[in-house]
Design a protein around this ligand. Structure first.
Ligand SMILES: *Cc1c(COP(=O)(O)O)cnc(C)c1O
Length: 348
């Protein structure tokens, strides 16, 4: 069976407006000058979706909420960090579909104060009507969500558990479907992308793309990820495991191993949600040269990685790379002080 036909068998709730745009970054190419080495940089605008501020989690939620509907769920239980883009978009999608949403938020990042705790995504969780459970450090969020699931069941409700940034095998299907979308767009544009570049956090985005590439018979190592959460070895094994699980779900052979995924740990810095100077520069470059926004936790680090590898000569002159802009823009507001206090000089 083709990937396209296999995906059609999976329950799905439409949350996107159609394929997201692919655009070339001419102004950044100009700004990079000789360090561009003649590479063409394109972005896929997964930050540009009408629902809830958009972002990669909406692709996962199409399949997660399809699964939830098939299970007769009336409540979505989503877990994440306090500035989770996943819980924000789960809350928005639940609002759109007329479901109740409860979000379980954990302190995963060493930041606090109003800028971080009452702003950005957490403000939007509240506006989208989600009930927010704040967990103290050290409490297992999946365990808490399971208890809450049981409480809701006893109260006559049917909850659906959406944990791990939506990176379950079902959630990862969103990016297997995106691989198909990228293949069609590349054909339309007549471009053979040397790399498709993504951040790797909870790994479902990367895993879904790799599963999609494998199902399409394409080279899975052309999907280049930058870890923003786990060390490379564990990010690699998580990604392989999730990609194989997604392939099984679709009825394909689950034969991927660690040589089939390409992950760099160069941009992780001090860890998840901790800013790096290269991230700050990458966010500023994209904003000041293109008028586009990257987020500080994921896209800023991954784009910094792409720029570093382009200037190191990884890609040949004339090759095209596709960077997936995964959204997360509300997170910028929770990191304002890292940008404004950075004593930055604008790249002229
Ligand atoms: C969650 C997230 C990612 C990473 O996706 P994973 O599937 O968790 O690896 C990248 N960018 C943004 C903006 C995100 O919210």
């Amino acid at each position: 069976m083709s990937l396209s036909d296999a995906l059609k068998l999976m329950p799905r709730r439409g949350l996107l407006d159609g394929p997201t745009a692919v655009q070339r970054l001419h102004r950044i190419e100009d700004a990079l000058g000789s360090s561009l080495n003649g590479v063409r940089i394109y972005v896929k605008r997964d930050d540009l979706m009408s629902l809830g501020g958009g972002g990669n989690k909406l692709r996962k939620l199409e399949f997660l909420l399809g699964d939830a509907a098939a299970a007769g769920a009336d409540t979505i239980l989503a877990t994440g960090g306090r500035q989770s883009n996943f819980t924000r978009l789960a809350a928005a999608a639940a609002a759109r579909l007329g479901l109740t949403c409860e979000v379980v938020l954990s302190p995963l990042v060493p930041r606090n104060g109003d800028e971080y705790d009452r702003n950005g995504n957490i403000l939007l969780d509240d506006l989208f009507g989600a009930r927010i459970h704040h967990l103290p450090a050290g409490v297992n969020s999946t365990g808490f969500a399971q208890e809450r699931f049981e409480e809701l069941r006893l109260a006559g409700r049917t909850a659906y558990m959406a944990t791990l940034g939506g990176s379950s095998p079902v959630g990862s299907l969103g990016y297997a479907a995106c691989a198909l979308e990228i293949q069609a767009q590349a054909k339309d544009l007549d471009i053979d992308f040397a790399a498709v570049v993504v951040p790797n956090g909870s790994s479902g985005t990367h895993a879904g793309l790799v599963a999609g590439y494998r199902a399409l018979g394409l080279d899975t190592t052309r999907v280049q990820a930058y870890s923003v959460l786990a060390p490379v070895a564990s990010a690699t094994s998580t990604t392989v495991e999730r990609a194989n699980a997604a392939l099984s779900l679709l009825g394909f052979e689950a034969s991927l191993n660690s040589n089939d995924v390409s992950i760099s740990g160069d941009q992780l810095g001090a860890g998840y949600g901790v800013s790096t100077p290269a991230m700050v520069d990458a966010v500023r470059l994209m904003a000041s040269r293109e008028g586009l926004l990257l987020d500080p936790v994921y896209g800023g680090k991954a784009f910094a990685g792409l720029l570093a590898e382009i200037s190191a000569g990884r890609y040949a002159a004339g090759e095209s790379v596709l960077f997936i802009m995964t959204g997360g823009i509300p997170g910028l507001y929770a990191y304002a002080s890292d940008f404004l206090g950075a004593g930055h000089e604008n790249p002229a």
